[in-house]
Design a protein around this ligand. Structure first.
Ligand SMILES: CC(C)(COP(=O)(O)OP(=O)(O)OC[C@H]1O[C@@H](n2cnc3c(N)ncnc32)[C@H](O)[C@@H]1OP(=O)(O)O)[C@@H](O)C(=O)NCCC(=O)NCCS
Length: 387
């Protein structure tokens, strides 16, 4: 059976939604730039030979509609099949998993797994309109369905309550994320994964908007809760709203060898789980357990763990649930989404870029990527570094 290997990866900088650097860029144009530039990194490849361009997008409506995957295929000069996939925050981890499965099944040798979200552009339409929700699923429904439409901030408050995560610990974790991201930005760490993008005014953007120098837990402690009166989740210990795109090229090891391409990593295993939507933030626990079990590994085998930071309230107990202290050096060593941002559809592929970069920088071999997913799910993937 062929192995699925990653041969190239890259991402745009992440902009702050509505007030950041990417507000004027359409999601399809942004994703096309990133896909094209990531494919440039593997000149041995004929881009018209891509079997499918699979584009993750959390809310594929408005400018993100019209099966954006195929639109991006044309804009990036591939003219290959294209599909748009949503699994909310793990959309572009889902697309990498689909490439992994297709290659293992012998149905294709070359896939682009990309992801994009431009929250700034939601003013022009979105896929998820509150008036379209099924009334049968509303809270208190007589059929006993869970609250699948629950706001993400409310799920974070639920998890903080249930797992007894203090505001002080959440702010300490958020400050750590900010400080690590600022340090990594200053060290040039992110320059190794960022593809500078051209903006409509002709200028180029090569740096994330998000990291805030000088963030301390004390400053964060002064911010007011935003989702619940007397709650613990603030603008400082939650991820912000963002714009960005990322792409990963996944190939069979056989074809990579034939073309003389040295892979960056092998996809070892993945995991996918469901849990109550009201506590979706704990999704990484079961998904990671699955991925570890399928890989025949334990958490001790993992050199770098990237848990998507939707909220400090959920990363802390998720880390514990997979056997890691939330302040362990192996966890999000270069900062995470609280500082960098979380453009939903981009995040799966963004974290893959950061994980590959981190494994190489720290000279470690095995990485785990995992995240919680709105609606009550978790996803995980284990990579083995090969470069
Ligand atoms: C939490 C949320 C409502 C806050 O929205 P917002 O008020 O527009 O947030 P901002 O990031 O602009 O921050 C607001 C203010 O908080 C303060 N602040 C935020 N982070 C800070 C930090 N690290 N240090 C100091 N002050 C900070 C600042 O005063 C900031 O204003 P400024 O940027 O003009 O300086 C929004 O970011 C959100 O919805 N996040 C969750 C997204 C989500 O659910 N994603 C899916 C997860 S599954």
């Amino acid at each position: 059976m062929p192995e699925a290997v990653i041969v190239a990866a890259g991402r745009s900088p992440i902009g702050r939604a509505f007030k950041g650097s990417l507000v004027n860029v359409r999601p399809d144009d942004l994703a096309a730039q990133v896909v094209s530039r990531v494919l440039d990194r593997v000149p041995q490849l004929d881009r018209t030979q891509v079997d499918d361009l699979m584009l993750g997008c959390g809310l594929p409506g408005g400018e993100q509609g019209f099966n954006m995957g195929r639109v991006v295929s044309l804009l990036a000069g591939l003219d290959v099949p294209g599909t748009t996939i949503t699994r909310y925050c793990s959309s572009s981890l889902q697309t990498t998993r689909m490439a992994f499965h297709a290659i293992k099944a012998g149905e294709g040798d070359l896939f682009v797994s990309a992801g994009v979200e431009c929250v700034s552009r939601f003013a022009n339409g979105t896929s998820d309109m509150p008036q379209c929700q099924n009334p049968r699923l509303q809270p208190g429904n007589p059929e006993g369905y869970p609250d699948v439409y629950i706001a993400m901030g409310q799920t974070a408050e639920n998890v903080a309550d249930r797992e007894e995560i203090s505001r002080e610990e959440m702010d300490r974790f958020a400050a750590r994320s900010q400080n690590r991201a600022v340090q990594s930005q200053n060290d040039g760490f992110f320059d190794r994964e960022i593809i500078p993008v051209e903006l409509p005014d002709g200028s180029r953007l090569g740096r994330d908007d998000g990291p805030r120098p000088g963030t301390t837990a004390e400053v964060l402690g002064t911010l007011k809760p935003v989702f619940r009166e007397n709650g613990r989740v603030t603008a400082g210990n939650a991820c912000p709203l963002n714009d960005g795109a990322a792409a990963v090229v996944v190939m069979s090891d056989v074809r990579a060898r034939e073309l003389g391409i040295k892979p960056l990593a092998r996809i070892v295993s993945t995991g996918l789980s469901a849990l109550a939507p009201e506590i979706m933030g704990l999704g990484p626990i079961e998904a990671s357990r699955q991925a570890l079990q399928r890989a025949g590994m334990s958490i001790d085998d993992i050199g770098v763990v990237e848990i998507n930071e939707a909220f400090a309230a959920q990363v802390i107990p998720s880390a514990r649930g997979i056997g890691l202290d939330a302040f362990d050096d192996r966890l999000n060593p270069f900062g995470g989404s609280i500082a960098l941002g979380h453009p939903f559809g981009m995040t799966g592929a963004r974290i893959t870029c950061t994980l590959l970069n981190g494994l190489r920088t720290l000279d470690r071999n095995i990485g785990l990527e995992t995240m919680c997913v709105g609606g009550g799910m978790g996803m995980a993937m284990i990579l083995e570094r090969l470069d």
